[in-house]
Ligand binder design. Structure first.
Ligand SMILES: Cc1cc2nc3c(=O)[nH]c(=O)nc-3n(C[C@H](O)[C@H](O)[C@H](O)COP(=O)(O)OP(=O)(O)OC[C@H]3O[C@@H](n4cnc5c(N)ncnc54)[C@H](O)[C@@H]3O)c2cc1C
Length: 312
């Protein structure tokens, strides 16, 4: 936990993130978790994944824009991503972050931009997904999700198993019959609102997985179990079989570059697997979160940096 906190602290230090950002793509280590800096690179990676039988979810990295112009620019980029996925006949969708669409500036603006993306995707017969960010945004994210999903019925939402509130939120969302991406949760949250420690989060993750799969049998959810934890994946597969949920009525999700061995196993077992494919120039905070989830990942960054300095 100390190492995780340290990496989180480092990720807030501009000099550190700038130094990593300068070297990350050039040196190649960022490419382990980030498909590239441009949409074209992300589409190439997506094409490769789709050829291997995976679906993709494209995410244009970035969070917390501070001007309306920047929010509209991100919106246009998400539209373009949907158009390109469609034009290239790639199976999958896009994942949006509401703070990238101006949530800090105006909830109305953010809702309108999210709605316009969902509408365009619906016209193309496609879906979108919304990421869940830190707990300060949970209420607004649920409100915007509900409002957009009511109009377009093609939106999925991430919910976090570490939050005490999540089971209640799922009861609230069930009438909308949404796709729900269940994640453990990637932010630092205090113990009054979130479970602390892996055993407690894992136990709640399993419980919510079962609840979502039970919902799938009644048509109230399309569960997307998003984890690289073999125990969570095995639980979802076992519960899916016990509850007789057909394999096309739920899916597993993992992140680009993480546990590729497990991704292969899940695909070989006949499960639907969607891979979250992030790209963009603003990749450093995302990259640091992936490092903090597994401090052993820091070694390959250090190895690449040492190799680079040795080469000079
Ligand atoms: C598709 C997808 C979308 C997500 N969207 C969101 C979101 O919208 N909001 C949000 O808060 N969080 C999101 N997350 C992140 C999530 O909350 C967790 O922080 C992250 O998935 C790590 O938890 P885990 O379930 O993989 O299990 P953990 O218990 O963290 O890890 C279990 C095992 O998985 C492997 N592993 C996990 N992380 C890594 C890594 N970085 N590198 C290498 N191996 C690793 C290791 O083998 C580890 O032992 C998403 C995750 C996925 C898979």
């Amino acid at each position: 936990m100390l190492i995780r906190d340290f990496i989180f602290w480092l990720s807030s230090k501009r000099s550190v993130t700038d130094a990593i950002a300068r070297r990350g793509m050039k040196n190649g280590f960022a490419r382990r978790f980030v498909a590239g800096e441009t949409l074209s690179e992300a589409l190439t990676a997506s094409d490769e994944l789709c050829r291997q039988g995976r679906n993709v979810s494209l995410n244009h990295l970035g969070e917390n824009v501070s001007t309306e112009a920047a929010a509209r620019e991100v919106c246009a980029s998400y539209m373009e991503m949907t158009e390109q996925l469609h034009a290239k006949n790639l199976s999958g969708n896009i994942s949006i972050k509401l703070t990238q669409l101006g949530l800090d500036l105006s909830k109305d603006l953010c809702r309108l931009l999210a709605l316009s993306i969902a509408k365009r995707a619906a016209e193309l017969g496609r879906t979108i997904e919304m990421d869940m960010e830190g707990s300060g945004y949970t209420d607004a994210t649920l409100d915007i999700f509900e409002s957009v999903q009511r109009e377009t019925a093609n939106v999925g939402l991430a919910v976090q198993a570490y939050l005490h509130r999540t089971e209640k939120d799922l009861q609230r969302l069930a009438p909308l019959e949404p796709k729900i991406r269940l994640v453990k949760g990637a932010y630092r949250e205090s113990k009054d609102i979130a479970l602390q420690g892996k055993p407690a989060v894992d136990a709640n993750y399993k419980r919510l997985t079962t609840l979502l799969l039970e919902g799938a049998t009644k048509g109230s959810f399309f569960p997307a179990i998003a984890s690289h934890d073999p125990m969570m994946v095995a639980h979802a597969q076992a519960e899916g079989a016990r509850l007789n949920v057909p394999k096309d009525k739920y899916e597993l999700q993992m992140i680009y570059g993480i546990r590729r061995d497990l991704q292969q196993q899940v695909h070989a077992a006949g499960n639907v697997l969607q891979v979250y494919v992030p790209f963009g120039t603003d990749w450093c905070p995302y990259f640091m979160r992936r490092l903090s989830e597994r401090p052993a990942n820091c070694w390959f960054v250090l190895r690449s940096l040492l190799a680079e300095s040795g080469a000079r």
